[in-house]
Design a protein around this ligand. Structure first.
Ligand SMILES: [Zn+2]
Length: 102
């Protein structure tokens, strides 16, 4: 299995879900409110873009390879990542920001 479920957590605690492509180490840039919606669109996501520029810092987590955590930015309204598309992009800021992820 090279794809995995992923989750972003916003500062206010809101969680959104996405599909992580472990083969390419990259997120599928489409955030959903539920895991079911991610599953329903598995390997068939339209790629979204933030156009409102109201992206916020997020923690990002996937269960790929036993669990990977990193930080980035995403937009709740546009349901899109704007930074942190790969775990390696933000490696220098690896520590969880909000402490929700253990
Ligand atoms: Zn946006």
């Amino acid at each position: 299995m090279s794809h995995a479920m992923g989750k972003v957590i916003f500062q206010d605690g809101l969680k959104l879900y996405f599909e992580y492509n472990g083969t390419c180490d990259i997120v599928m840039n489409h955030l959903y409110k539920t895991k079911e919606e991610v599953n329903n669109n598995w390997r068939n996501h339209s790629s979204l873009k933030c156009t409102c520029k109201k992206d916020e810092p997020v923690e990002i987590e996937t269960n790929y390879g036993g669990g990977i955590y990193w930080s980035g930015k995403a937009c709740k309204k546009c349901k899109a990542f704007t930074k942190g598309f790969t775990p390696y992009e933000y490696q220098e800021r690896f520590e969880p920001i909000w402490g929700f992820i253990k």
